[in-house]
Design a binder for this molecule. Sequence first.
Ligand code: IDP
Ligand code: MG
Length: 149
Amino acid sequence: MERTLIIIKPDAVERGLIGPIITRFEQRGLKIIGMKMLQVSEELARKHYAVHEGKPFFEPLIEYITASPVVVMALEGPQAVQAARKTIGATKPVEAEAGSIRGDFGMMVGRNLVHGSDSPENGEAEIALWFDPSELLSYERVIDRWILE
Ligand code: IDP
Ligand code: MG
């Protein structure tokens, strides 16, 4: 089983899209094993996006992610990273497929609504950065045999 970190970014929260975005992942069959709403500190934002430090969009990105509350989720499933990134769509919303979250709700790269981890290793590392182990749940869903073979 793989795990991935999803962030419903400030623009999505402000636009009232928390519900519709969570629904996409739920309907896909990904299991929510952790979820909370928080105001992101500058320190956490810089750690999370450290790989982008020095790029021209880095400072605006830190401003964007700290501008208003976010909802973070830890999701679990087979190939959860790839499944979630397909559901999210390409980084630039105009290039994202219709039917994806960014393709359906977004227009610009700096307002692209959702974050999803880009590899299983980063999924684990990002979940460890955003969640305390006590906030992650292990449970069986009775419907799982109709989603997973
Ligand atoms: P991803 O979110 O699809 O993984 P990354 O390349 O990891 O995309 O970039 C992280 C975030 O930084 C993007 O989701 C977006 O919010 C922002 N970003 C990336 N490239 C640009 C850009 O060229 N201009 C403005 N913001 C950008
Ligand atoms: Mg990324």
